[in-house]
Design a protein around this ligand. Structure first.
Ligand code: GDP
Length: 220
């Protein structure tokens, strides 16, 4: 189980500093040739539709509207790039949610291809945060995404969302189960973070984790 004690006060402060700076929307990308080419390192958020990705990104940034909450069509099929930090130390990439049951087949194909190409061909990508709904655990389409990242040797880390929903004992059991499953995948980061956008639990720890990926560090 992750708790604040896994992080030093300094690490938490760096995370806070990174997300205190205004985050700026840079662009929405639907094809690989439109990706930013300034070499800035990226961290990305991926997960099934409705996993709580927009809520989590907004909670990280203490904003209500950084990432649009849920099913609004349009932006949801793009890789959305936001800057993080005073000097735009990193890009945060909001990836299109997958597994949306009512999505047309052609759209599913388009975004599966985009996600696949992005994960395979992006040197700037430092880590993907794979969001897992704490009520449901890892689903088959999460495993497909994990397979893609394993094959592409993209580093990824599981983040449980909606951690306020299960009972504490159930949440602990899920963290153990997810940790055990991820231990079988060499590209997976061993630590699983549990977060709730609703209560704010785990948010400072996730900010700290992201700040640690900024190449030249973040000055609190
Ligand atoms: P997205 O489709 O992955 O971007 O998911 P959203 O952020 O739009 O959230 C999907 C649904 O889950 C919404 O009804 C949110 O209110 C709900 N939700 C998101 N985060 C949390 C959370 O931390 N706790 C609870 N209980 N519900 C959440």
């Amino acid at each position: 189980m992750t708790d604040t004690s896994d992080f030093t006060a300094d690490e938490i402060a760096r995370g806070d500093a990174l997300f205190k700076a205004p985050s700026v929307f840079v662009k929405g990308v639907t094809s690989m040739d439109a990706l930013p080419d300034d070499g800035r390192p990226e961290i990305a958020f991926a997960g099934r539709s409705n996993v709580g990705k927009s809520s989590l990104i907004n909670a990280l940034a203490s904003r209500k509207t950084l990432a649009r909450v849920s099913v609004t069509p349009g932006r949801t099929r793009e890789l959305n790039f936001f800057t993080l930090g005073h000097d735009a130390e990193l890009y945060l990439v909001d990836m299109p949610g997958y597994g949306y049951a009512r999505a047309p087949k052609s759209a599913v194909k388009d975004w599966t291809q985009l996600i696949g190409e992005y994960l395979k061909g992006r040197r700037e990508l430092k880590r993907v945060f794979l969001l897992i709904d704490a009520r449901h655990g890892i689903k088959p389409n999460d495993r497909e995404t994990m397979k893609l990242m394993n094959e592409a040797a993209v580093s990824y880390q599981a983040v449980l969302t909606k951690a306020d929903k299960p009972k504490a004992t159930e949440l602990e059991a899920l963290v153990v189960k997810v940790t055990e499953e991820l231990a079988k995948h060499p590209a997976a980061y061993p630590q699983v973070l549990a977060t709730s956008s609703r209560t704010g639990s785990g948010i400072p720890e996730l900010r700290a984790t992201i700040a640690a990926l900024a190449p030249n560090g973040v000055v609190p």
